[in-house]
Design a protein. Structure first.
Length: 315
């Protein structure tokens, strides 16, 4: 078993008056501020041999000690899981991800993930960071995703994501009547009390979502959305933030709302729609080797098509 990591440093004098969590993020840049804050809360950070709080301030000159337990490594194994491949060559694999498929193995999902399926499809992906995954979709979000198949492709796609050249368009059904298109520009970060959730917070990272109305229904709206940034749960949180949560969203959607005068078919569809009504419909990028623009589209899955049809038939 690997021994725990021990880190130590002296707080620079010019950091006087800074909060401890901010100080640690500057002194130990290889670790995220949120992970360092968790270490403080777990009593793994000592300042001058004393346990402290994240909001404690420093004066400069203190000795900081941190003990980090090694993470248990999860071995990623190839597994024969069906993939809906839209395109592949020496550099790229483009897939249409179904609902219910987790992208990465992790706590609670040690296997049967997209990564396990990709490793079965191409064992060489084990040599790439995260098996070639450069962007993610939530477990129950469907649609088009691109995976790097070579190191040059991985590097290129990461750069395209950072420079916003890799464009992603989504379709969603939201609760409420959206009058017109617009943009949500609101920073996103971890929820202050619910660690598995995201929230709009002043301390979060910049996030921008553009949306336009595709079709209006009696009490719902069909939207097309584009991301400028790719934060965790971005569309789901942003739309809930402006009062239009996604249909079926189990985390951010609130209670089930059924419009008055809904027919039996729509009532049944809405009650049985147990995932966020979100689909990655189109992806555009420049090919890592040729530089030529490429794009792919994934058709709406059956459950989302039935939802739209039910809303349409109900006026």
């Amino acid at each position: 078993m690997t021994d725990q990591v021990y880190l130590t440093a002296i707080v620079p004098e010019n950091f006087a008056g800074w909060r401890l969590d901010r100080t640690l993020a500057e002194v130990f840049p290889d670790y995220s501020r949120s992970s360092l804050k968790n270490l403080i809360l777990d009593g793994k950070v000592h300042v001058n041999q004393q346990v402290v709080r994240p909001r404690s301030t420093v004066s400069g000159g203190e000795k900081i000690e941190i003990w980090i337990e090694p993470e248990e490594k999860i071995e990623w194994l190839p597994q024969d899981i069906s993939l809906n491949i839209l395109y592949e060559d020496e550099d790229l694999i483009v897939i249409n991800k179904p609902a219910g498929l987790v992208v990465h193995p992790g706590a609670g999902n040690p296997d049967r993930t997209l990564v396990n399926a990709l490793l079965f499809h191409d064992r060489n992906l084990s040599t790439l960071p995260r098996a070639g995954i450069v962007h993610r979709l939530d477990k129950d979000t469907t649609g088009v995703m691109v995976v790097a198949r070579s190191l040059r492709a991985h590097t290129s796609l990461i750069k395209q994501l950072q420079s916003r050249q890799l464009k992603r368009e989504y379709q969603a059904i939201v609760v409420g009547n959206v009058i017109a298109g617009g943009a949500v520009e609101a920073p996103l970060g971890r929820h202050p009390t619910q660690r598995t959730c995201m929230a709009v917070t002043d301390k979060g990272k910049p996030a921008v979502t553009h949306y336009r109305v595709e079709r209006k229904f009696k009490a719902h709206t069909h939207l097309r959305l584009q991301l400028e940034t790719g934060r965790t749960h971005q569309i789901r949180v942003h739309m809930a933030h402006i009062g239009f949560p996604l249909v079926g969203d189990p985390v951010y959607g609130g209670r089930l709302r059924i419009p008055k005068d809904s027919d039996e078919n729509l009532i049944r569809i809405l009650r049985n729609f147990k995932r966020q009504a979100l689909h990655s419909t189109r992806l555009e990028l420049k090919h890592p080797e040729t530089g030529l623009p490429m794009s792919w589209e994934a058709p709406l899955p059956t459950d989302l098509s039935k939802l739209i049809a039910g809303l349409r038939d109900n006026g």
